[in-house]
Ligand binder design. Structure first.
Ligand code: FNR
Length: 384
């Protein structure tokens, strides 16, 4: 019975429904009334205005809300809503969009949704160990921070703030070649040397210089990104006019601005040409460093087998969060063939589109050892 219910929003709904003599209604009557009301709303041209006292959309009760503080977040998507209202258009578009018209960005999420879980019951799960071990390091959860460049575009403390967050949760952080802070400072903020991601350069000496710098900082793992060689980012090009020259440093890398990135400081002039990359380059890099070497961007069985042959230490199944090319295939759909080819020989990390705990479970069930996230932590960084 609903009589005397103290929940004020329930009372609001009841009066909204405008039923007479409804001071006492059973739940079934109330539900029917509520359903009628929702149907009315769905047909109403004022649908966009519909909301309850909390500002929640009644038409889509799952829709994220613009929260006022981080602790109000129900899930990571709530941070995304906040940043849409806060970031400059250019920065938002740079972060959110992908190659061509964003088909792979969408596919990454849809790929996870296509997979359903079979729930086994009656297992005692009071003591669950979610930890993993990778390259001799134990992590409490199988989640890492993917390398994302230019984080000061999202928060003045950029990668340093992300490092402190990673430290507080004991998780791994991969630092981008085009980060807005150098590997030494970020490692210090993380509390131990982090993993360094390399965008290869056609000048071999530049690669060696970056590798040596990462080694000197104590980085145990080098992540070579092998996708994103050339890309068509229509949304970024369209909104570029909104950016001021300072912003161009972040999301319009060019021969003039790229040397301003801390990890590229002092290197010979470069334009970031990666068209030359092939397996010979991987061999050369392998022979140059004793750091563990991961290839980021492997999405096929054939390349996974080649990765093993060329002596790398692991792969990251990634399509750069849909930013590399508009293939339309999600990483979670690419994972089974990579896992099959690897046959447990090397660790596999998966990124692109991971947003929920169930996504992580699906990735682990299909053969990944861990996942990495990109945009969700940039949303957090940008929001408050
Ligand atoms: C990236 N990513 C990326 N990858 C990389 O190897 N080097 C880099 O510098 C960057 N920079 C970068 C910037 C921004 C704004 C984004 C959103 C992404 C790709 C990143 O490492 C990762 O593959 C994806 O972000 C994972 O997908 P989700 O979690 O963002 O969907």
């Amino acid at each position: 019975m609903f009589c005397g219910d103290k929940a004020t929003n329930r009372t609001d709904n009841r009066s909204l429904a405008n039923t007479s003599n409804t001071h006492c209604m059973n739940d079934e009557t109330l539900n029917a009334t509520r359903r009628d009301f929702l149907r009315f709303l769905a047909a109403s041209p004022a649908l966009g205005m519909a909301g309850n006292a909390l500002g929640q959309s009644l038409a889509d009760p799952y829709a994220p809300q613009v929260i006022r503080k981080a602790s109000d977040a129900i899930n990571v998507f709530d941070f995304h809503e906040v940043i849409k209202t806060q970031l400059r258009n250019g920065h938002y578009i740079y972060m959110a969009t992908g190659a061509d018209d964003g088909g792979t960005v969408r596919a990454n999420r849809e790929g996870f949704k296509k997979i359903q879980l079979r729930m086994r019951r009656l297992a005692d799960v009071r003591q669950v160990d979610t930890s993993i071990e990778l390259f001799g390091q134990r992590y409490p959860i199988p989640v890492m921070l993917a390398p994302c460049g230019s984080q000061k575009a999202f928060h003045p403390e950029g990668e340093l703030a992300a490092a402190r967050a990673a430290r507080s949760r004991g998780i791994e952080q991969m630092l981008s070649t085009v980060a807005s802070t150098g590997v030494e400072d970020v490692s210090e903020a993380r509390g131990r040397p982090i993993w360094f991601q390399l965008y290869a350069d056609e000048h071999w000496e530049s690669n060696v210089a970056m590798v040596r710098r990462a080694e000197n900082a104590g980085c145990p793992v080098l992540v070579l990104t092998v996708d994103n060689i050339i890309r068509n980012r229509e949304a970024v090009d369209r909104y570029r006019r909104d950016s001021n020259p300072e912003c161009q440093v972040c999301h319009a890398p060019s021969a003039e601005v790229i040397p301003q990135k801390p990890m590229l400081a002092g290197l010979p002039d470069r334009v970031g040409n990666r068209l030359f990359m092939n397996w010979d380059f991987v061999d050369r890099l392998r022979a140059t460093t004793s750091m563990k070497l991961l290839l980021k961007g492997i999405v096929t069985r054939e390349d996974a087998m080649l990765a093993v042959e060329h002596g790398v230490d692991g792969v990251i199944v990634s399509n750069h969060g849909g930013r590399a090319e508009d293939s339309g295939r999600s990483t979670i759909e690419s994972l089974p063939e990579v896992a099959d080819a690897m046959d447990g020989r090397l660790p596999i990390i998966l990124d692109s589109g991971v947003r929920r705990g169930t996504d992580i479970i699906k990735a682990l069930a299909l053969g990944a050892d861990a996942v990495a996230i990109g945009r969700p932590y940039l949303w957090g960084l940008s929001a408050f």
